[in-house]
Ligand binder design. Structure first.
Ligand code: ADP
Length: 303
């Protein structure tokens, strides 16, 4: 059983010639509404890849909220703990996609901000029956900390995707984390060290180990991922594909890790699987819509 605690956002993708600057009014070409949010994407991915997944989070009592729940349910996620809050709208992301393919994103947390420490404490039972707890940083930090504390109390495996980037996480939290999965930017921000090469990433990850986190798995886009523990530093190259949209690459990678770990496979096997899954995700458009099903992943000699 995998329990995902995190955000659900409706992504509004607006195509523009260039990213608007201060004071500018711009005519967009078209807007597309797609279900997203890091928590929801990871839950969607883990379920599509064969995991038994429950999600705890919040949406607004509005059409976006209904669509967000429906998308997860279609993928097989148990959404019953997700609250529909009438006081606030659903989380939302406005994404300007310019002609060069670059994104500028504004996220409005809305209902995601109602996932408080108290909400987490009220769902103690969900922690008891889960094997793996997946966390990100798009809900209030105090709720993430409480979730880590509860998961730790029940001796559950914790995967923390420290996104969006944050400059500090207390050692008290990091020491409870089994697997932390930053991308290059998040690792750099978290350790206050430059991360551009594989070697930089290994050095920064090693400093993170000092906080007591057990495995640092850094995703490096088209360079794949690295695993750094007290015993080893190992690079797992990405598959060579033609990337057209990297949205949800990291989320699908995290979902894949959780599914393989839940099945009792090794972390090395899980990372190979994560690279395979994410390589498919980047060849397709959108967030949840780009995430593959288990049947689409070809077996390799390593798994
Ligand atoms: P995020 O989406 O969080 O920024 P990354 O960009 O690091 O994460 O990508 C996550 C994973 O997606 C990588 O570890 C890799 O497996 C896969 N990936 C990303 N970009 C590419 C690419 N251009 N080609 C192949 N795989 C990719």
């Amino acid at each position: 059983n995998i329990l995902v605690i995190g955000s659900l956002n409706m992504d509004w993708i607006i195509e523009v010639d260039h990213t608007p600057i201060a004071g500018e009014t711009l005519l967009g070409h078209f807007a597309k509404e797609v279900p997203g949010g890091k928590g929801a994407n990871q839950a969607y991915a883990a379920s599509s890849l064969g995991g038994h997944v429950t999600m705890l989070g919040a949406v607004g009592k509005d059409p976006s909220g209904e669509k967000l729940l429906q998308s997860l349910q279609k993928a097989g996620v148990n959404t019953s703990p997700i609250q529909a809050n009438s006081e606030t709208g659903s989380g939302m992301a406005i994404i300007y996609l310019n002609k060069m393919g670059n994104n500028s994103i504004v996220v409005l947390p809305n209902a995601n901000n109602t996932v408080t420490k108290e909400v987490i404490m009220a769902h103690d039972e969900l922690f008891k029956i889960a094997d793996i707890i997946m966390l990100q940083l798009e809900i209030p930090l105090e709720a993430v900390y409480e979730a880590a504390a509860l998961a730790h109390k029940y001796h559950k495996t914790i995967i923390l995707n420290p996104a969006p980037a944050i400059s500090h996480l207390p050692n008290e939290i990091l020491s409870k984390i089994d697997y932390i999965t930053p991308n290059e930017t998040e690792l750099s921000t978290l350790t206050n060290q430059p991360v551009t090469t594989v070697d930089d990433a290994i050095i920064a990850a090693q400093t993170l180990l000092l906080s007591g986190v057990k495995h640092v798995i850094t995703t490096l886009g088209e360079k794949g991922a690295i695993l750094v523990t007290l015993e080893e530093a190992r690079h797992f190259p990405a598959l060579s594909v033609k990337a057209i949209d990297t949205t949800a690459a990291g989320d699908s990678f995290n979902g894949a890790l959780a599914v393989y770990l839940a099945e009792g496979k090794s972390i090395e096997e899980a990372i190979v699987f994560g690279n395979q899954v994410a390589a498919i995700t980047v060849t397709r458009e959108g967030a949840q819509s780009s995430i593959p099903f288990r049947e689409e992943i070809l077996p390799t000699t390593e798994n």
